[in-house]
Structures are given as C-alpha cells and as structure tokens.
Design a protein around this ligand. Sequence first.
Ligand code: GLN
Length: 230
Amino acid sequence: MCRHLGWLGAPRTLHELVLAGPHSLLVQSYRPRRQRFGLVNADGWGVGFSGPDGEPARWRSTRPLWQDASFASVATALRSGLVVAAVRSATEGMPIDESATAPFLHDGWLVSHNGRVERSVLPVRPDAESLCDSALLAAHVVAEGVDRIADTLLKVAADDPGARLNLLLARPGRLIATTYGDTLSRICTDAGTLLASEPLDDDERWTDVPDRHVVEVTPAGLTVTPLESP
Ligand code: GLN
C-alpha cells in the first residue's frame, strides 16, 4: 500500500511538501504510521505538479525516495500550487518501472492510486501508461469522466470486492480524492488544502476523512460526500 498526498493552494516548494516535516512523505517511505498493507514504500516514488506554464510536469523514479539525492538537491527550487506525490510499495506481481509509478497523467489529470484492484475487471485501455493495476485504473477513471468517479469506482468495487481504491486526481483548480479501504487525512489553512494518506506533522488541524467518501477541493472550498448515495 502506498502513501500519497495532494496540494492545492498557494505555491509551495516540493521540498516543503515532500521532504520537510517529522512525518513527511519521505519519512512515510520508510516509517509510515498508519499503513495497513506493507511496511515500507521502497519501490519507487513520483511527484507531479503544475509547472510555471500551467502544464503538468513529473519526476518519477524506481528508487526509494530516500535515495533520490538529485531530487533533494532541486526540491527547494521547484514550487507549485498544484502537487500530487506518492511513494510506492508495489502490489505483488506488478511491474516495477517508472511507467508503473504514480502519478499517472491522462487528459491533464495527475492521478495516484493507493490500493489494489484485479486487472481483469478493468477494460483494456491502449492509453494506459503501464500494465500495473493502478495505471489501468487511472486511465479508466479519467476516460469515464472524473465527474462520474463515484459511479466508476462503485462499479469496479462491485466486480472486485477485494479492491482498495484510494485515489488522488489533480489538475489546475481541482483536487479530488477518494477513500475506499485505506486512510486519508486533510488539513485546510489560509494557504490551501493538503490531502495525505496520513498527517505529515502533529498539527491539530488534521482531520481524518471517513472511508468510502469523495473529497473535492477547488479554490472556492472543500466538500466531502459519501461515495454511495444513502
Ligand atoms: N497496486 C499499486 C502498485 O502496485 C499500488 C500499490 C499500493 O498502493 N501500495 O503499485
């Protein structure tokens, strides 16, 4: 099970968002606190962000985050108001290469998946970046339309009752997350909203998102709605 985070708000450095703090994504790569499946996240990592021209940019690697000295050396120089980052603990049988590492990119959406899904329940999509379950799911969710994400995930879960479907999707002005089988917390400040698999620090404003919910963040605010209509 991986750990991931998403930021929408005022520009912040990738160092602040990914490497700094007592329980940063970097620390979560070797000592996560709430991870339910897997002990470390050493099978690669990635970050995607909106670049200065508004276009998505990505840095992905099959190395553990703690070995990525080149990234650490540029992280204070990279700054963005829209960021998705993930550290990976590969599901058994999945390829370990850069193309199987989140965030994936489809139609301008940066997508990360924390979980697992049977690949046989997902349609074959030629535009998927990899045969990894998460890459197939990312391509599927975007192709079905992000505004229909709840329906899409409920259909996937109906076909694969063992699926875990915590997703993060971002494009300029929108950050969306789902909880389905794993943890997610959020913190909202005047500067913006940060969503993360687990809190990055001991700030008391971190709030847990209940399971089976959709979180949507825009500059206008944040909504948390159940995945299934009551
Ligand atoms: N199933 C995905 C993979 O193999 C994500 C794994 C995870 O959440 N740990 O990479």
